[in-house]
Ligand binder design. Sequence first.
Ligand code: GAL
Length: 989
Amino acid sequence: MLSRFSPHVSDTAPGRGALRPARSWLHSDAPSRSLNGSWRFRLSPTASVAEDFAAEDFDDQDWDDLPVPSHWVLEGDGAHGRPIYTNIQFPFPIDPPHVPDENPTGDHRRHFDMPADWSDAERVVLRFDGVESLFRVWVNGVEMGSAGGSRLAHEFDVTSAVRPGDNVVAVRVHQWSAASYVEDQDQWWLPGIFRDVTLTARPAGGLEDVWLRTGFTDGHGRVDAEITAEPTAYPVTLRIPELGIERTWSAPAEVTPFDIADVDPWSAERPRLYDVTVSTAAETVTLRAGFRTVEIRGDQFLVNGRRVVFHGVNRHETHPLRGRVFDEAHAREDLARMKRFNVNAIRTSHYPPHPRLLDLADELGFWVVLECDLETHGFGEVDWVGNPSDDPTWREAYLDRIERTVERDKNHPSIVIWSLGNEAGTGSNLAAMSAWVHARDAERPVHYEGDYTGEYTDVYSRMYASVPETEQIGTDGSRSPLLHCTPAQGARQRTKPFLLCEYAHAMGNGPGAFDQYEALVHQYPRLHGGFVWEWRDHGILTTTADGTPFYAYGGDFGEVVHDGNFVMDGMLLSDDVPTPSLHEFKAVVQPLRFTFHGDKVAIGNLRHTADTSDLRFRWRVEHDGAPVASGYLDVPAVVAGDSARVSLPRIPVAQDAETWLTVEAVLAAGTAWAEEGHVIATAQLDRSLHRPVPRVRARTGWRPADGTLTLGTAEFVDGTLVRLGGRAVTGPRLELFRAPTDNDEGAWGEVGESDAGIAGVSNAELWRRDGLDRLTTRRVSVERTAGALRTVDKVSAANSGSWVMVESIWSLEGDEVELRVEIEPSRGWHTVWPRIGICFDLPDGDAPVDGAEWFGLGPLESYPDSLRAARTGRFSATVRDLAVDYARPQETGHRSALRRLTLTCADTEVLRVEALPDTRGRRPGFTLSRHTPQEIARAEHPFELPNSTTSHLIVDAAQHGLGSRACGPDVWPEFALRPESRTIRLRIT
Ligand code: GAL
């Protein structure tokens, strides 16, 4: 067989033979057939297998079946290789543009039937919406071409090769190619035909492409249509039935922009769409137009004349079973979930998503930063030597990528910014991409974070900038230069709108400090918010050898190089469960601000344009968490940017309980993404009367003690607690360790960024060095006096000269037992501490502790720099549900500001604990878990946690914050825990 093309895997050209220019992904009535379904498949270990498989009569009987779309590594239980996860590293030698001979190559074949009446078509087009990474295609044995650009669409004119009736299409896919060097995104490498394959009959006189540019000014909509069709295809008619619009153009020259009075604008908050059809005699294309104007005015980014604040997320396409194969129902639910959590923007990190996703974004309402499929981050490891971004050999590939990106998705009102790619260094090819976009779409600004000095982009963007750096960008007065910028470049950057294309790295437990970033947005109009890294974990559902299911991350498939669990950094776990960070995000960015003044509350509307007529405001009063009154506030519709002051209800204040008022803004009616009553924003007001805390009673007459002793429900042997409330309990034992979070393990940061850690060394490493995870105890004394027992312990770690003295005083106070623990560190502790707590072990016996009810902050876990989603109330949860199933086990479950806690066994009370505030009014938090911090720290996956026969209650005087040092700033000094004296006082019944 003669090959018309001989593309090589090392070719930097974007492929050969695909149709150009690229065009929109349109909904058309032209006949088409999906070639998705079962294909025949053979995997070879190298790229140099014979091409005879492409012949029509090739016998593929011995091949496997493979569904298309799919990634072959996720099909066939490991029979077709395994996924590989790397962040920056290339999983092959850095030898551009070459890749190793060991290059998994998947050959695919299928028959398809072409209807007889398609012979009338002007052209038959074969479209691939996504193939990773380089593919070649043959129809009936004739090579049609090749294409690279995995997350981009490629079309081939197959007219000359097809015939009515039976046809054979053969596709060869190489896992590695020159394209892999420019697709080095932080994600799984997942080869295959992973998006749709479609055959279309292009009618003579059809619409090659349609672009409806729309605008909105002063209540007027504007349509500026670009029709790509042969002159003979005219007349062309555009209809917008809902607006009574019908325009017929009989020649290309007649197609001119026109205005429409009285249209509703499109915004992410009110995503008003109008159905539009564009027709010739031969073809009708259906679009959904949204009217909106994007504009940069000075350093402000505006849509429809108003400043946009991005409360965004970075969204990768990832699914635990399907990888990057699109599942519309799942994607729609994911987007609806974003809306429910007050997410208003998406950056399509780091490539165009499945085209349908943008239909959903238009419909549900998101500001979208649409990013091109481009990243060369691995070159950063070699000082950017050989980086394709500045190498003319790659220019064509770069331009091909951006053209395919913009052309495919240009019709979507949700897309307000084009992004050239991610972490590809800088260079003339990126500048050329930007120039191309400016020429093609003057209306949408260009973003690329790596253009630090702002040479060719329209918005200023940074990732993981600290709070002080972000603030510095917002201010004009600062003389301090911006990162990577000369003073002049910095001044230029300050003339542009700023956004954080990535911030608040949500890996594992964390991040902290959402609220600090959010506060800046309201202070400095140049700052336009940002996009959390990232929306969801990329875990791949698999099983251990014994069949236990788990979500795999890097290294779980035996990769040679990998980046571990760095791919598990979403606010959503792999199984769609929102982590507490997502709740925190929702609370921090809520679009309403409540400010209480006496018997009034001011309700500020922080939205872009929508007023509050879609909301109801309900209130309730609780006494120690028990509801006593509720109702609705009378709130007029507050326009965006304004606020209204309304009267609060009369609040019944309790004498012997805390009184809290909670106000919630809820949806007055169901929407496409939430039900009526869904909570958008919440605030609480503490109206409690001051109640004195019982004083510590001075006791004298202490004398050494041993033997057994009973104080109320507490029983001791030689000063050691053995039973409490009739069941075996040991403790209190000083606990300074927490199973390090991914942020605790992070060593990110520059000297001076925070005084909490030491640059380059993680806090977790310092904690292990200091032995916080392996403390030992020496009992110094046991003494008793009337109605009280006192022990003093010296707690320290092997080979350490520092210690903590722990004095525990048990006493009878009326019919309650009080435990007061004084924790006093010696000198010489230099690092931050994860926690200052005391632990009780509760062996299961006949009545395992399996749940908790409490009055304090809840319902979810909270930490000092992540407290905004927590509210004061009464909550209950099983031990299981108190913990979050982070992909790598780590600290979880801490509930702050505890007042009362009841431990339960099958809903029966086992033990009741009241937490008294210390002399500074600080209250402890608690964690109830089936595992100790040490056990959790040893496990790399949930299935590695040992079976447990004990529940562990830790009462913490304090916990260290979370920060986001896995990839970002350390814990802000105010929320960092330093070794210090603390008191814990509990009343136990
Ligand atoms: C950024 C990058 C993302 C991701 C993140 C860390 O540098 O753009 O793709 O790798 O860091 O999770």
